[in-house]
Design a binder for this molecule. Structure first.
Ligand code: SF4
Length: 363
């Protein structure tokens, strides 16, 4: 089997022999390579890095507000503050949810993200994190994507470093990886409106890593991107990871179409095919082979069955239980599962399930 994979293309041979793939190698894989060969090679690299184990975290999603100053065409979640179904949680409401998550659902991580609220000050976020950590010191607070941090810095007129340092002092443990979307400006400008640029996202992640806050990193695919935009994104992630080592995992996120402006304006008719999805996941694994140990498969966006398939295409982690997820729910996806269900999905795929913490320590 290895011989037949190795005979398939220069890029596949290179990656199997431990060489880093160039931008052009990545493009060749996106354009020409057979998806089954890609899968076999990605599975080989995955097994080298993480064996037959598939991890997941017990994670509670806390979306503190859906009010957003931006209006991204890719998003079904945001509301203007005047809309009837807009909401912003008080610190007391957040603590009540945190208690349910930790005491009843046994979450070890709170994944806290929201819209770009134009009126919340830095003190809201500091108080939220400090009070959660005071009451539940053992929970990991993974809060505020680099895009949110960049917005908070802009609106509060503090530097990104100042914002991150103050949140770290309040107890922030890690950043989620959202808001990266696709870094290339020409595509980014079509899918987001009012969000930081790709360079600003990367710069914010870099500053976080430099002051000791690790983060995840995502890539939104399956909308209007072309192969070069995928490879450009992966190359930029790899470059930053080589500098800082601060990314915990890379999460290729399939775009969810329902209720978005991209759907309503007819700019995208259908979500991407499953073949394309597993191809992007496999190529992510191959492009990041020497830089990133973990590739996470976000089952909420992909669906549970395709997520199982993706575990043979380079995926080494199923992200988490996503208790109470709201963002993909707004775009028509089923969210939330149990530790038992994730473990059984992994066992059905003939892999070994292991519960982890946010930083991939096995529990
Ligand atoms: S993707 Fe984020 S920043 Fe853009 S509109 Fe939605 S909530 Fe706001």
């Amino acid at each position: 089997m290895l011989q037949s994979i190795a005979g398939s293309s220069n890029a596949i041979e290179k990656v199997i022999h431990g060489e880093e793939l160039s931008f052009n190698d990545g493009l060749d894989l996106m354009n020409d390579e057979n998806v089954f060969i890609l899968g076999a090679a990605a599975d080989l690299i995955k097994k080298k890095l993480t064996g037959n184990t598939i991890t997941f975290v017990a994670s509670y999603y806390l979306n503190y507000t859906n009010v957003c100053a931006a209006s991204c065409p890719l998003c079904a979640f945001y509301r203007k503050g005047t809309e009837a179904d807009s909401y912003t949680l008080t610190i007391e409401q957040i603590l009540t949810r945190a208690k349910i998550a930790i005491k009843e659902m046994k979450a070890t991580e709170l994944h806290i993200v929201g819209g770009f609220h134009p009126k919340l000050g830095l003190d809201y976020y500091e108080k939220m994190i400090r009070e959660i950590k005071n009451e539940f010191p053992s929970v990991t607070v993974k809060a505020l994507t680099p895009a949110e941090i960049h917005f908070i810095s802009h609106i509060t007129k503090n530097s990104v470093k100042e914002v991150l340092s103050r949140l770290k002092d309040a107890g922030l443990d890690a950043l989620p990886g959202g808001g990266a979307e696709i870094f290339s400006k020409d595509i980014r400008d079509l899918i987001v409106r009012g969000k930081c640029s790709g360079d600003e996202w990367l710069d914010t992640a870099r500053i976080a890593h430099e002051i000791g806050i690790q983060s995840n990193c995502t890539m939104l695919f399956g909308h209007v991107e072309e192969p070069q935009h995928i490879i450009d994104h992966l190359t930029k992630v790899r470059e930053l990871q080589k500098k800082t080592g601060g990314f915990i995992t890379f999460i290729p996120l399939k775009f969810s179409l329902d209720n978005t402006e991209l759907e309503q304006k007819g700019l995208i008719q259908n979500e991407s095919s499953s073949i394309y999805d597993i191809k992007v996941i496999a190529i992510s694994r191959l492009m990041l082979a020497n830089a990133m140990k973990n590739i996470s498969v976000y089952w909420v966006a992909l669906g549970k069955k395709m997520a199982q398939v993706a575990l043979s295409y380079g995926g080494s982690d199923l992200v988490g239980t996503a208790f109470s997820e709201e963002i993909f729910k707004a775009a028509g996806k089923t969210t939330g599962t149990s530790i038992q269900e994730l473990a059984s999905l992994i066992k059905d795929a003939k892999c070994i399930p292991q519960q982890r913490d946010t930083f991939f320590n096995i529990l």
